[in-house]
Write a protein that binds this ligand. Structure first.
Ligand code: FE2
Ligand code: FE2
Length: 225
């Protein structure tokens, strides 16, 4: 569940819908945007972002890949890696997303976070090749949340990584792709607000009935019946 402040509820519905249609278009194994939003919001709490920044980040997380949906390229769903031309083409999605977020009524802060969600700590990201603290903190949080959510879910060209593998990846790329301080904080969060990985999800589903039974018997009825 994503919690919105009272005054954000209407816009929240709009952005949740946008997230839903983007997720549908990408057709990944699990809804990506909502998952990124939960993780980013958890980081926002750890870094005690001001209310306006936390809400800009939440909206940006929900809409970070709407540019992909506007571009509607078939190669996103194709099995196999992208050609060089496709990679260059896809790298336009943060700027197109910034414009789309504006059209959807997002604040300028949200628009810029969408624009900068693929900037790298060492300046090798896009579209503006910002580096280090030139990248606003909220965009650095969004990048880590996005990367972790992507890694732990399957893509048409690779299986989901386990939580442990994703954590190693983040640690190895801290200081290169990711802000080291943000990475450290993320890795220190013990209770991530969602499944930690979808690797071996089939196994988890197979185990579920037994777990549900156990939970049901352990949970006292509210009515005491
Ligand atoms: Fe993206
Ligand atoms: Fe993403």
């Amino acid at each position: 569940m994503i919690q919105f402040e009272e005054n954000e509820r209407v816009a929240g519905e709009v952005f949740l819908r946008l997230a839903g249609t983007t997720d549908e278009f990408e057709a990944y194994a699990h809804p990506h945007a909502v998952r990124v939003a939960r993780l980013a919001d958890e980081l926002a709490k750890v870094f005690r972002l001001a209310r306006a920044d936390r809400s800009a980040l939440l909206f940006a997380a929900l809409s970070h890949d709407i540019g992909e949906m506007t571009m509607k390229r078939d190669y996103i769903k194709r099995n196999g890696s992208l050609t060089e031309e496709e990679r260059v083409d896809l790298a336009r999605h943060p700027v197109i997303g910034e414009q789309e977020a504006a059209r959807a009524g997002a604040s300028r802060g949200t628009q810029l976070l969408v624009r900068w969600h693929h900037e790298w700590w060492n300046g090798a990201g896009y579209p503006d090749a910002l580096r280090g603290e030139q990248i606003p903190l909220a965009a650095r949080l969004l990048h880590v949340a996005d990367a972790y959510a992507s890694l732990t879910d399957a893509r048409p060209f690779r299986p989901a990584r386990t939580e442990a593998e994703a954590r190693v990846h983040l640690a190895e790329w801290a200081g290169i792709e990711f802000d080291p301080r943000v990475t450290r904080a993320f890795l220190a969060i013990h209770a991530l607000p969602e499944p930690r990985s979808y690797a071996g999800a089939a196994e988890a589903i197979a185990r579920r009935p037994e777990m549900d039974e156990r939970r049901a018997s352990a949970t006292p009825s509210i009515l005491g019946l």
